[in-house]
Design a binder for this molecule. Structure first.
Ligand SMILES: [Zn+2]
Length: 341
């Protein structure tokens, strides 16, 4: 049979990277995580045709610091943004700065004010679209619809060729969950908003060449609906607001694989683009911005920042960090926050 005596084919590599972040999406409201009423078929589809990480955690229960960690591979002490409105370091490398240096076209389309370019996540992007509509009072809104974000993203995809890095952020699941006067149960409204964002993201998925693109989807944090006395997010660091859905698919990723044996931090995602074709073959400019996580932790500063609890301080003992949190404690094994690749 043809091919039997030949060397095994090289591992297929993606050329492009698409990162989708769905604001405020709890893992347990996603079908891939066992939710029977899932409106998040985008995540489910990526998980089904790729991998889902059973226990994935964001670095902070709030939008800007969490996204800054995802984009830099640094925890808040390392990238400098400890709260919404606190500027991200102007010098820390990001996925965008690194991939642009490798010749990628880069663009971001974001849907909410905490990610406005003035806070520093725009570095390295050729296009950073954050235009928010104005309300009746003339002031900019806090958010814009996924339909607009995805329209712009698809338009940009059509303007050029591979390789590209595209980041798309949608905000619907964030409070107030649609029409605040809606009397239906809050979880119904939350799920519905997930569905609104999802419909647009499925459109985006249809515009991507699956054979060439590494697709990663994550949330920046979860959402509390009264657990531990909390509503919304940004205060406590229980799984309620830190555990997030995380799935990826692309060339070389075996469909249906489910990773259950260890935690995965969104901070580790910066290591995945190393596998992109135009990066892996570029020996002189090997993309490698991981490795600083350990330094951040060893400063004695905890990975997680909370605006209410100021900087939470972690105690470093052997393989465990214990965090003093506003209500109770949470333990992390260090191995869980270091990249093992
Ligand atoms: Zn958020």
């Amino acid at each position: 049979m043809a091919g039997c005596s030949q060397a095994p084919p090289a591992k297929p590599l993606a050329r492009n990277l698409l990162i989708v972040t769905i604001d405020t999406l709890r893992a347990d409201h996603v079908g891939a995580y066992g939710y029977a009423r899932s409106q998040a078929s985008f995540v489910d589809e990526v998980a089904r045709s790729g991998v889902a990480f059973e226990r994935a955690y964001a670095a902070a229960p709030i939008t800007l610091p969490s996204h800054a960690t995802l984009m830099t591979g640094r925890y808040p002490p390392g990238h400098g943004s400890r709260d919404n409105g606190v500027h991200v370091s102007k010098t820390v490398p990001t996925m965008a700065t690194e991939l642009k240096a490798h010749g990628f076209r880069t663009a971001a389309f974001v849907a909410a004010f905490p990610l406005d370019h003035q806070f520093g996540l725009d570095r390295g992007f050729d296009v950073y679209s954050d235009r928010l509509p104005r309300g009746p009072d003339g002031k900019p809104s806090n958010e814009r619809p996924a339909s607009q974000v995805v329209d712009e993203a698809i338009g940009w995809l059509r303007t050029g060729a591979a390789p590209f890095f595209l980041w798309v952020h949608v905000f619907e699941p964030h409070a107030p969950y649609g029409d605040a006067s809606d009397r239906r149960p809050v979880l119904d409204r939350y799920d519905q908003e997930i569905g609104v964002a999802n419909r647009e993201l499925m459109r985006l998925l249809g515009a991507i060449d699956a054979r060439e693109t590494l697709v990663i989807v994550a949330a920046d944090h979860g959402e509390a609906f009264g657990e531990h006395g909390e509503f919304s997010h940004s205060i406590f660091i229980y799984d309620t607001t830190l555990r997030v859905p995380l799935a990826m698919r692309g060339p070389g990723i075996n469909a249906g694989e489910r990773t259950t044996n260890r935690e995965r931090q969104t901070a580790n995602l910066v290591s995945d683009p190393v596998t992109l074709a135009d990066v892996e073959t570029d020996e002189e400019k090997k993309y490698q911005i991981v490795g600083d996580l350990e330094a951040d932790i060893k400063q004695g500063l905890i990975a997680i920042s909370s605006p209410v609890a100021r900087a939470l301080i972690g105690k470093h003992e052997g393989d465990t960090i214990t965090i003093d949190a506003p209500a109770g404690q949470r333990e992390f094994e260090i191995v869980a926050v270091l990249y093992e690749g």
